[in-house]
Design a protein. Sequence first.
Lengths: 330, 301
Amino acid sequence: MDKTILQVEDLSTSFHTERGWLKAIDGVSFHVYEGEILGIVGESGCGKSVTSQSVMRLYEEKRTTRYEGKVILSGRNLLELPYRSMQHIRGSEISMIFQDALSSLNPVLKIGDQIMEPLRIHQNLKRAEARERGVEMLRLVGIPAPEKRMDQYPHELSGGMRQRVMIAIALACRPKLLIADEPTTALDVTIQAQIMDLIVSLNRQLNMGVILITHDLAVVAQTCQRVAVMYLGQIVEEAGVPELFDRPLHPYTKGLLSSIPRMDGDSSQPLHVIAGNVPLLHQMPAGCRFAPRCPCATEKCRSEMPPLREVKGKQKVRCWMAFGEEEKHV
Amino acid sequence: MQTYSLERAELKALRRELVREQRIVNIRRFFRNGLSVVGLVIVLLMVLIAIFAPVITGALGVDPYTSLGRDMRLQPPSRAHPFGTDNVNRDVFARVIYGTRISMTVGFLVGLLSALLGTAIGMYATINSVWDNILMRICDGLKAIPNILLAITLMAVLGANMQNVIISLTIVSIPGVARIARSQALLVREQTYVEAMRGAGASRRRIMWRHILPNILSPIIVQMTFTFATAIISEASLSFLGAGIPIPAPSWGGMLKEARSYVYNGWWMVVFPAIFTGLSVLSFNLFGDGLRDLIDPLSGR
C-alpha cells in the first residue's frame, strides 16, 4: 500500500498563446501509491485535465507546450524520455480514460480491432492471441456476450457499454496507473454508479493506482482514499478523504463542501455559492490565487503566495489562515 | 453479471434483420433520386461496352483501324455501318465503341491515381505546419493554372501518348483531392478517439493510416467519381487539340478533331463521338451526386 508508483514534483505546463506563455498548471506535486485511488477535484478550468494529460505528455511538445518539473514513474522521469519511449509507456504502463465516452471510440473500426490495438502495439501479439485477450478484457469489464461485441461497431453499443469498452482498452496491457478523466460525465446517473463501481473493483482486483479526476465530491467520498483539491492550476489542499471531509482547512475546500446540496437541507434556502468567478490565466492574482474570492482574505493573502505546507499530520494546505490556526493550536 | 432474457440465436436474427433493413433504406434512398439511377445505369453500360468492345464490333464484322476501301468514304449510317464511315474509310461505330475503352481507362486510372496520391499528400500535410505549408502551397500553385493549360504544357514536355495523358491529368487532379483529404483529416484528427489512441501508445503513423484514413474515405470516393468525369472530358479536349492520344487510336476527342472538317458532308462523324462523350461525363456526374447525397444527406438540399 505504501509503494509509490507515480511521483509528480513541481509540474508546470505552459501553453504558447497570443498573449505569450500561459501557465495552465503551476508547481503541482502529488504522488500515487500502488493500489490507491487518488481523487483530483476542482471546478472547470482549474487544471485537472491539464495535469492528467501532462502526466501522459499528451500535449504536442515543441513550440506550443512547455513542461517543467518531474513526473517520475518507476524511477524514470517521463518528461525527459525520448518521444518513442514515451509512446511505449502510454497505454502499457499508464492508461487513460477520457471524459467523452461517446466519441472516444473510432466509429469506423470494430470494437475488437480497437481493443486489440494496444495489445498489438505494446505486446506484439498475433491477431488470434490479441483477440482472445480482447474477449477476456471485455468479460472483465462486465460486457455480456463479449465474442459478439468484438465484431460490432461503436454505434451499436450504448454509452455505458462504450465506456466499459474504453476501460477494457485502457486496461488491456495491465497498466500500473490508470488516469480516469471525468469518466462518467457523459453518462446518465445510474450508469455513472455502475462505471464507478467497476473502476473501484478493478482497482482492487488488479492492484493498480488510479487517478480519478472529477468535480463531484460525492464520487470522491465514495471511492477515493486521498484527494487533492485544485484551484487555478495549483493544488490548494491535499488530504485523506475522511480528514478532508471532516476538517477542510482551505477556504476554497470549505466553499466546495458547503456548495453540495443536502438531502436533509432546507429547500427554501438558496444553495451556497462561492462568490466571484475563476480569473483568466493572464489575470492571475499576485498573492494567494483564491484571495479575490476568499471570505477571510487579509493583506498578506493578497500580496504573498502561501506555500503548500503540511499541517496536522498528512494534511497539506496552501493558506496563510490555516497556517495561523495551526500555530495557535500548537 | 446479468444475462439477457433473449436467446443468443434470437438476438443474432434480430441484429441481422436490422442490418438488412438499414441496407435496404440506404439503397432506397439512392434509388429515390431518379437521376442518379440513370447515371448509374449509363455508367455500368459504358463499363460493359469498354470491356466487351471486341465482342460488340466483332458481331458486326467491323474494326476501328482497317480501311474499308475507297468507295466506303464518308458513307452515312446504314445497317452495315450504324454510325456511318469516316473520311479515311473506317467504320465510325467501331471507333466510337473502342473509344469507350480509352475514355474509361483514362478516367479510371486518373481517378484512382489522383485519389491515392492526393490522399497521401493531404494526409502528410496534416503532420505539421511546415509540411502543410510546403505541400499545400504547391497544390495552390498547381490550382492557379487552368487545368487544361497545365495539362497541355505537361503533354508538350512529356510527349503525346496515352500513358502521358494519364500522368498529366493525374497531376492536374491531385490538388483537388489533396485539399479534401487534408480538410477531412484535420477534422478527424481533433476527435477524442484519435487522442484516445495516442493515449494508448499508438505512433503517429499508425494513427494516421489506421485510424484517420478510414474516416475520410467516403468524400474521397465521391471526389473520385467527379475526377473520373473530368478526366474523360479533359482527355477528349487534349486529343481534340492534338496534344492527347495520337491518331490513329480511336479516342473520342481525336475523332472530333478529324470530324471538324466534315461537319457539312459527314455529320455522323461529329454527332456520335460527341453523344458518347457527353453522355459518359453526364452519367458520372449524376452518379457522383447520388453517392454524395447518400453519404451526406444534408448537402445540396
